[in-house]
Design a protein around this ligand. Structure first.
Ligand code: ATP
Ligand code: MG
Length: 395
């Protein structure tokens, strides 16, 4: 099981969902119409000038220059197509009609004797109309599509901003809830030793000249004080972790020093074994903090075996990093506790603070590593720490 901090996600409130709702498709159509009615006078003038100049070309060019008349006839398409693109099918149709109206008198006056040629020119006027309408419809469609795309982009932007808002809210709520949990845990942890000290003070009051009772009570007070002291030290480690001092750490030496320290406090029947291969590259990290991590895990392993047993401390070179494992033969962690063991103040021990694994998690994360817990096949648990090799940037 890999432990990762959990984030409780809240769905956005209906208020925030409706807030700034982007416009509907009906509004898109409206905005296209509004755009079309906002006449672009420059474009209108260009279309009118184009049609006027082409017509002038027809009227001013002598009949014999048939080739030029052919050119002018086709030149009408330019303003018609431009009007269709600028103002849609209405604009295209209007420009084609205007071109036709100006062109017809010229056909009637100049080409009435050439019936066949005149018919061809009338047919061309129908082509103006067809081209104006078709181009206009296509341009309308294009305009609508680009407006819809714009609207989608706006909506996406809105959704993105709302998501960011929600994320910030969740982060704030999570921080507040973490502070609340921490305060509740701390109050609980302090209340027990305080009650013991209070009780001991009452006993001292009535102990009179019974030296044995006084001695026993004083020792209870001292024990509870040292428990409070330990709690505060761990709490400070957890709440205000110092920044790692990056050095090359000899892991073999770390394991030796932990075994040395823990052997003194561990019960008699507990044996510690170090398994490490030669040539393990030195890990870049804070030696004191890494020692504390291995120490917390080794103490847990030892405390899980009140009847005695073996604890293995192993370092391994993997392809992409270094692994440290602490394996015990204890009773293991019940399934229902697996999700809680990294929570601050979670403990199943009478005198535990429940901060040991929280500190482990914090230090390992600061080192860019991960902690995983697995149940051994036969007995006990294995805590594995993995530190990726390429962490030059962290240093
Ligand atoms: N190797 C292990 N075997 C069985 N249970 C474990 C092991 N390691 C941790 N636990 C469980 O996880 C709990 C939390 O451990 P953690 O180290 O955070 O606190 P603690 O050991 O109870 O208190 P402290 O570390 O202050 O002495 C322990 O109380 C224990 O129930
Ligand atoms: Mg512990």
């Amino acid at each position: 099981m890999t432990t990762q901090p959990h984030a409780r996600l809240k769905s956005p409130s209906p208020r925030s969902r409706s807030h700034g709702d982007a416009s509907s498709p009906d509004e898109v159509t409206l905005s296209i119409d509004a755009e079309r009615t906002a006449w672009n006078w420059k474009a209108v003038a260009l279309v009118l000038v184009g049609i006027a100049l082409t017509s002038a070309g027809h009227y001013l060019t002598p009949r014999d220059f048939r080739l030029w008349h052919g050119v002018f006839q086709r030149l009408y398409y330019l303003p018609v197509v431009y009007a269709a693109i600028a103002f849609g099918w209405v604009g295209g149709l209007a420009a084609a009609l205007l071109a036709g109206i100006l062109y017809i008198p010229h056909i009637v006056t100049t080409w009435q004797h050439e019936h066949h040629y005149a018919m061809e020119q009338y047919a061309e006027i129908f082509m103006f109309l067809a081209v104006g309408i078709v181009t206009g419809v296509l341009s309308d469609r294009e305009r609508k599509r680009s407006a819809e795309l714009q609207l989608t982009a706006q909506k996406l932007g809105q959704v993105y901003r709302e998501l960011q808002d929600t994320f910030e809210q969740v982060k704030r709520a999570d921080r507040l809830s973490a502070i609340g949990q921490l305060a509740a845990g701390l109050a609980h942890e302090i209340r027990n030793p305080l009650a013991s000290i209070d009780g001991a003070a009452e006993v001292l009051d009535v102990a009179g000249d019974r030296p044995e009772l006084r001695k026993e009570t004083a020792s209870i007070i001292r024990k509870e004080c040292s428990r409070l002291n330990r709690l505060l030290t761990s709490l400070l480690d957890f709440a205000r972790p110092r920044r790692p001092e990056w050095r090359e750490v000899d892991l073999s030496r770390v394991l030796d020093s932990v075994i040395d320290l823990v052997s003194h406090s561990a019960g008699k029947g507990i044996r510690f074994h170090k398994e490490t291969v030669r040539g393990i590259p030195r890990l870049l990290g804070d030696e004191e903090q890494l020692t504390q991590v291995v120490m917390n895990l080794t103490l847990n392993a030892a405390q899980a075996m009140p009847e005695g047993g073996d604890v293995w401390l192993t370092t391994k070179q993997e392809d992409d990093g270094i692994e440290i494992q602490i394996r015990d033969q204890g009773a293991g962690i019940p399934e229902e506790n697996m999700d809680k063991i990294f929570d601050p103040f979670f403990t199943t021990k009478d005198t535990g603070t429940g901060l040991g694994l929280s500190v482990v998690h914090q230090i390992v994360s600061q080192h860019g590593g991960t902690v995983t817990v697995t149940r051994n096949q036969n007995k006990g648990m294995t805590f594995s720490l993995f530190f990726p090799q390429s962490r030059g940037d962290l240093a």
